[in-house]
Design a protein around this ligand. Structure first.
Ligand code: BT5
Length: 328
């Protein structure tokens, strides 16, 4: 459902009258359509799980909202944020990153967000897939157009990790940890993955797409048996289901906070927050750099987000991309 369509506008008017009925006459006047058209939309909303009471002398009353990604619902509590000023929600799509790229190429605004209930071709890195069943998780992509040179674009991966970690932490008592560069773990199991894509010329970024997948209410039987690393969901770790709409709002707010901070103060604060959440420093690791294995002790992150290793060959080896496996 796109932000601003008829059913979205009806929901907005319901929300403005949270304690009472909204008459069919008022709805039809405000929205400039017939009362029959309003009735048809109300029926559609009911089919999607909205509980709407209709009383002939009074009108309609919204009793319960389902946990679906609806642009107007999401926008309601976002306030005046840059992230989410344009929101597109799909019930079904191939990949939110693909859709976000399409919008970005058509010139969409900085901060545009694409969210889906389900992805049929969810993407991981290096041609891998992302398992994306309906109704349980968060799959979203954010288009950013920061005024930075292309070489700094990888900093935004860390920004999205910090914001996602905070949004997950707010779901329960557990504090996730970061795994360089793009995984977020709960008790050592992958709960979220990030896939950031860049479109740039040498001197400047045209756009970056922050792809974020978070396993919220996924159950054990929904994970395939052949995952690369142990995986989990917030529900599996905390025992409490997460309201996806609330999670999505919180995530967009955290992203907005960190993006503003980044544009004003640069990468340093993001890097510090990322390091705070990472428990790799001092550990012995093996990094698979597209088939070439590097082994060493993690000494920290460089100012551009590269992983720093002390190896047998060098006291300061910079790793720009790869899969990290902890050995100690
Ligand atoms: C990632 O790749 O971790 C990036 C995942 C990004 C997904 C989001 S969802 C919204 C947006 N739209 C997209 O199409 N993608 C982004 P990578 O590090 O390559 O990990 C992929 C590997 O993780 C797979 O090969 C599986 O082994 C495993 N995996 C797949 N689905 C998973 C899931 N739901 N939870 C945990 N692990 C998973």
């Amino acid at each position: 459902m796109a932000r601003g369509d008829l059913s979205g506008k009806i929901l907005k008017l319901f929300r403005e009258q949270p304690a009472g009925f909204v008459s069919g006459a008022l709805l039809s006047r405000e929205l400039g359509v017939t009362r029959a058209a309003i009735w048809k939309q109300v029926e559609r909303l009911r089919q999607r799980g909205y509980q709407i009471e209709a009383v002939s002398s009074k009108g309609y009353q919204l009793l319960e909202t389902p946990d679906l990604f609806v642009a107007d619902e999401l926008a309601a509590d976002l306030g005046n944020t840059r992230i989410g000023r344009q929101l597109v929600c799909f019930e079904d799509t191939d990949s939110t990153n693909v859709q976000a790229r399409r919008l970005a190429e058509d010139g969409c605004a900085d901060g545009t967000v694409v969210i889906a209930d389900r992805q049929t071709a969810g993407r991981g890195r290096l041609g891998r897939g992302w398992v994306s069943p309906a109704g349980v998780n968060f799959y979203g992509s954010i288009v950013l157009r920061p005024p930075i040179p292309a070489v700094e674009a990888s900093q935004l991966t860390f920004l999205s990790a910090v914001a996602t970690r905070e949004a997950i932490a707010a779901c329960g008592a557990l504090l996730p940890t970061m795994k360089w560069p793009n995984d977020i773990l709960l008790l050592g199991r992958k709960v979220a993955g990030l896939l950031n894509e860049l479109d740039a010329e040498t001197e400047r970024v045209n756009f970056v797409i922050l792809g974020i997948g978070v396993n919220l209410n996924m159950t054990a039987d929904q994970f395939p048996a052949d995952l690369r690393y142990p995986a989990t969901s917030v529900l599996l770790e905390t025992g409490t289901p997460v309201l996806r709409l609330t999670f999505a709002r919180r995530l967009l707010q955290r992203l907005d906070h960190w993006y503003q901070h980044y544009l004003q103060d640069g990468f340093e604060p993001v890097l510090r927050a990322w390091e705070e959440g990472c428990d790799l420093v001092g550990s012995e690791v093996e990094v698979d750099c597209r088939g070439i294995l590097r082994r060493g002790t993690v000494t920290g992150l460089d100012s551009d987000g590269a992983l720093l290793l002390r190896t047998a060959a060098s006291p300061r080896e910079r790793i720009l991309a790869g899969d990290v496996r902890r050995l100690s």
